[in-house]
Design a protein around this ligand. Structure first.
Ligand SMILES: Nc1ncnc2c1ncn2[C@@H]1O[C@H](COP(=O)(O)OP(=O)(O)O)[C@@H](O)[C@H]1O
Ligand SMILES: [Mg+2]
Length: 257
């Protein structure tokens, strides 16, 4: 059950001593983090550091074996994923959750109606959810994808498909957007298609992103937390992290394996 905790309205996301183990494998431990509203925060770290596990915990897909997750001051640690989504936490969809043969507009329209609580509109005839088209069209216009609306999703570049995934997460009108490696596998040219709309996003939405591409990180975020061996080893502004010796050691010293 969500319960009112001490109210810290300026903090969007707070983790208190969060830990998780899969069986006997301790993946993350003692993670404490505060992300103020509107901030763009990157979580970086080597493969296997526990970044995705941490995201799954924040999104409610995994319940941590230790600690507390607070969203806008409310304890959401034990809430199911759909409650996280309803409360305003949204994460990017994987490509596989899109429908490649349907048009871009249809994909967005389907996602919009699926977010309506308690509805089983997937079972209704297409004509009954036409009215989602208008909202879908607006969303596409906002992200500069209108000209692609009637193309099958599969015909879009990878960059554009990622853009649609992000747009679907935004269709839920989240106040916290979680992006797990949004630019992974993209060419330099495609990167901009993901980067530009994220940069333009209103500060009403707080962004936490896992990202390997340091150019993207340095371009997008205010602060960085570095995860290594399941714990946060450094936290600071882009400049502080760039200069941080521990971080340089992890990334350049080859000691992370
Ligand atoms: N469902 C799971 N069951 C067992 N081990 C897992 C599971 N998910 C992740 N792990 C392990 O947890 C560690 C951290 O994984 P992950 O959170 O995916 O790291 P990252 O996203 O930083 O690469 C890895 O050693 C991984 O093998
Ligand atoms: Mg990962």
């Amino acid at each position: 059950m969500a319960q009112a905790r001490e109210s810290t309205p300026e903090i969007c996301l707070e983790l208190r001593n969060v830990g998780h183990q899969f069986g006997s494998l301790k993946v993350i431990e003692g993670i404490s983090l505060r992300v103020p509203k509107g901030e763009r925060r990157a979580i970086i770290g080597p493969n296997g550091a526990g970044k995705t596990t941490l995201f799954n915990i924040i999104a409610g897909e995994i319940r941590p074996t230790a600690g507390t997750v607070l969203f806008e001051g409310r304890d959401v640690t034990q809430l199911p994923t759909y409650r996280h989504a309803e409360m305003g936490i949204s994460r990017t969809f994987q490509t596989t959750s899109l429908f490649p043969k349907l048009t871009v507009l249809e994909n967005v329209g389907l996602a919009l109606q699926a977010f309506q609580p308690g509805s089983m509109q997937m079972l209704r005839p297409r004509s009954m959810y036409r009215h989602w088209d208008r909202e879908a069209e607006e969303l596409l216009a906002q992200s500069g994808l209108s000209h692609r609306a009637h193309e099958p999703l599969a015909g879009l570049s990878y960059g554009e498909q990622r853009q649609v995934e992000i747009l679907l997460a935004l269709a839920q009108k989240p106040r916290l957007l979680l992006l797990d490696e949004p630019t992974a596998g993209l060419s330099r040219g495609d990167l901009k298609q993901v980067q530009a709309p994220l940069k333009a996003l209103s500060r009403e939405v707080t962004i936490v992103l896992i990202e390997h591409d340091m150019d993207v990180v340095f371009d997008l975020v205010d602060r960085i937390a570095v995860l290594h061996n399941g714990g946060i080893v450094a936290e600071g502004t882009v400049d502080e992290i760039r200069k941080n010796e521990v971080v340089q050691e992890i990334y350049l010293g080859g000691t992370h394996r």
